[in-house]
Write a protein that binds this ligand. Structure first.
Ligand SMILES: [Zn+2]
Length: 236
C-alpha cells in the first residue's frame, strides 16, 4: 500500500524538487545580472551565493533519494530498501564532495571575483569618468570619527572613491578582519569585549556564569552581559 503510493507520487515530487533547485539558482543568477552597481553585486555574491549553491544541491539530492527507480536500471534493481540505500550512499558522497569543494576551493574563487568587483574603478555620476580609490592615509579626511574608530578596530573597512575633477566622493562599506558588535548607543561597529570575568566556576554538577564587559571604543558606552558556562564533564 505504502509502496504503491510512493511509486505513484515519487516521480512528481522528484521532478518538483529538481525544478525548485533550478528555479532557486536561476532566480539568483537573474538577480545578480540585474544589479547594476559593483557594490550591490558584491553584497549579493558574498551574502548569498554559497547558500544558494548548497540549497540547490540539497534539493537535487533529495530528488535523487525519493526516486531511486530512475537511477538504477531495472535489471539490477533489488528492492526498495536496497535501492534506497545505494542511492543514499551516492547522495551522501555527492553532498560530501560538494561540501569539500565549497569549503576548500570555493573561498579562493569567490574572493578573486569579489576583489575584482571591489577594485574595479567606479564611474563618476557627475562626469562619467573613472574615479580614483584613495589610500588608507588619504581617505581619513572623508570618514567621520565613528567610521575611523571602526577602521581602527578593523571591524569595518571603508573604500573612498573620489572624482578628481569635481571632488565628488563615494564611500563603500566592507566588513573588516574582525567581527565586532554594533554599539547600541552610537551604532558604530566598535562595541568590543573589554573584560571577561568568571563569576561562578562550572563544576560537574552545576553550570557556571561568565560576565562579559563591553565598551565602545568610540563613544565609551559600556554594558555587561552574563553568560552561562556549561557544566564540566565528569572524568572517568
Ligand atoms: Zn558607541
Amino acid at each position: 500500500m505504502f509502496l504503491d503510493i510512493l511509486d505513484k507520487f515519487s516521480p512528481i515530487l522528484s521532478y518538483l524538487l529538481i525544478f525548485s533547485g533550478i528555479l532557486l539558482f536561476a532566480i539568483y543568477l537573474v538577480k545578480k545580472n540585474l544589479l547594476k552597481g559593483n557594490k550591490e553585486k558584491y553584497n549579493l555574491i558574498s551574502r548569498n551565493e554559497k547558500r544558494v549553491i548548497w540549497n540547490s544541491i540539497i534539493l537535487w539530492l533529495a530528488a535523487l533519494l525519493i526516486y531511486p527507480k530512475k537511477i538504477i536500471p531495472d535489471v539490477v534493481r533489488l528492492n526498495y530498501l536496497l535501492d534506497f540505500l545505494i542511492v543514499l550512499i551516492l547522495a551522501l558522497s555527492i553532498a560530501y564532495a560538494v561540501y569539500y569543494i565549497l569549503k576548500h576551493y570555493y573561498p579562493d574563487y569567490i574572493n578573486r571575483r569579489l576583489n575584482r568587483l571591489r577594485y574595479k574603478p567606479r564611474i563618476s555620476p557627475k562626469t562619467g569618468r573613472p574615479m580614483k580609490l584613495l589610500t588608507e592615509e588619504e581617505e581619513d579626511v572623508y570618514l567621520d570619527e565613528g567610521m575611523q574608530a571602526e577602521e581602527d578596530v578593523f571591524s569595518v573597512d571603508y573604500d573612498v572613491w573620489i572624482d578628481e575633477d569635481t571632488g565628488y566622493t563615494q564611500i563603500e562599506k566592507y566588513s573588516g578582519k574582525y567581527a565586532i558588535k554594533q554599539c547600541p548607543k552610537c551604532n558604530y561597529q566598535t562595541f568590543k569585549i573589554e573584560k571577561e570575568e568568571l563569576l561562578i566556576a562550572p563544576t560537574v554538577i552545576s553550570s557556571g556564569e561568565l560576565l562579559k564587559r563591553y565598551r565602545c571604543t568610540y563613544c565609551d558606552y559600556t554594558e555587561k552581559e552574563i553568560f552561562n558556562v556549561v557544566k564540566l564533564k565528569e572524568e572517568k
